[in-house]
Every structure is written in C-alpha cells, then in structure tokens.
Design a protein. Structure first.
Length: 65
C-alpha cells in the first residue's frame, strides 16, 4: 500500500516492481521463438560456404593441373 501521508506524492516502489516483473515474465517468450527461426538460414549459409570452397578448390586444381 502506498504512503499517502506526505504531500510530495512519492512513487510506489511496489508498483514499479510489479511492472518490472511483468516485463521480465513476457521477455523469455519472445526470446524462445527467435532461435528456432534463425536455425534455417544458418544451415543455408554453411552449405553455401562449403559449396564456394569446393568451387574454388576445383578451379585451382584445374588451373594448376
């Protein structure tokens, strides 16, 4: 319960704590969805890099051979 005896209008620390807890409780739900969606592009990137290395190695082999 807030202290209403003073004329200053002090902020209620319990209200801020409740708002912070609500923010913290909502944050992990959005973070859990992000890693699942980002795993697809990483696989494509790795496959692309491997393919590029193979192409460069084949060109170098043909140029030197």
């Amino acid at each position: 319960m807030a202290n209403t005896q003073g004329p200053q209008g002090n902020n209620d620390p319990a209200g801020s704590t409740q708002m912070f807890r609500a923010f913290v409780d909502d944050a992990p739900q959005t973070r859990q969805a992000a890693p699942a969606a980002s795993s697809g592009p990483r696989v494509g990137l790795i496959v692309g890099i491997v393919a590029a290395v193979i192409v460069v190695a084949a060109v170098a082999w043909l140029a030197l051979g």
